[in-house]
Design a protein around this ligand. Sequence first.
Ligand code: FEC
Length: 314
Amino acid sequence: MSKRKVGVLVMSYGTPCSMEEIEPYYTHIRRGNPPSAEQLAELKERYEAIVGGVFPLRENTDRQVAGLQHTLDRLTAGMDVQYVCYQGLKHAQPYIEDGVAAMAKDGITEAVSIVLAPHYSVMSVGGYNKRAQEEAAKHGIQMKCVNSYHLHPELIDALAKRVNEQLEAFVTEGAVRGEVEVLFSAHSLPARILEMNDPYPDELNATAAAVAKQCGLKGGQWRFTWQSAGQTAMPWLGPDILDTLAAVAEEGAKWVLSAPIGFVSDHLEVLYDLDIEALRTAEQLQIGFKRIRMLNDDPQYMLVLADTIMKLDQ
Ligand code: FEC
């Protein structure tokens, strides 16, 4: 039986391969404007600090793509469709356009794209999908794009398990479960997205509320906050997690669990902004601080991706 072959473009942020590649990578993020010497030095320091200049996002993305391929193969065994995964990165090679070109080279005419980030903003996932669609059109590929999957029951379950796991870890260290403040977070974006009715803040709040409900958190025990805002003159969505830590300390919190639900991998924004910077602030405020484990290539997350892709392809 000949199977219908569908390309799956799996898109992620991308990371440099080496310390030398940080400059072109940063320039690409800045839409071709090279960073100043200070900005470059500051970013290099952050990469040095996470694991001595290793770039964990690359390996994590590779493993996620391989894990998704494996899951799709398992779910489609005996079916008349075959999904073939291609990687496409936003700011590093293989770029989104490279992934689509590789599909075309393999004779793919139908495809689905998905981003390794569950929440839609026109400035994040919207940007990935636009580039993917434009390149697909050049090659005559019919491509359907997943916008978000932020309330997929398996995603909520995987995140709730991680929150519960760290709440239990706090309890074994003497904390009271109901008194641990849970801070859900995601990458901030320029505040002007609010004028565009962008769904990003609502989708993130919906994920946070669903996870909180599944974990049985009390109303005042959790909140959503932003992180990793850019250092630019324009206003970014707030409050930032460092300010939120100060606020919860002021309110008397002794323990904080960080749940960065806007990200799925171990990478700079988690390993530096939370594990180094937020931890340092929490220590200064004398608050116990832990972070949930990231999803990375957890089979349950792979199932979320595979199920979302297959439903869109139906
Ligand atoms: O580990 C790594 O090497 C890469 C980690 C990384 C992830 C990530 C995800 C998101 N970003 C989002 C928005 C923005 C906006 C700007 C921006 C800038 C940076 C810089 C670095 C960086 N981002 Fe990122 N982001 C990661 C890394 N990001 C490095 C440049 C230095 C800095 O500002 O810290 C501002 C761009 C501009 O200047 O115009 C906006 C969003 C996400 C989550 C969704 C996604 O994964 O695509 C939104 C991972």
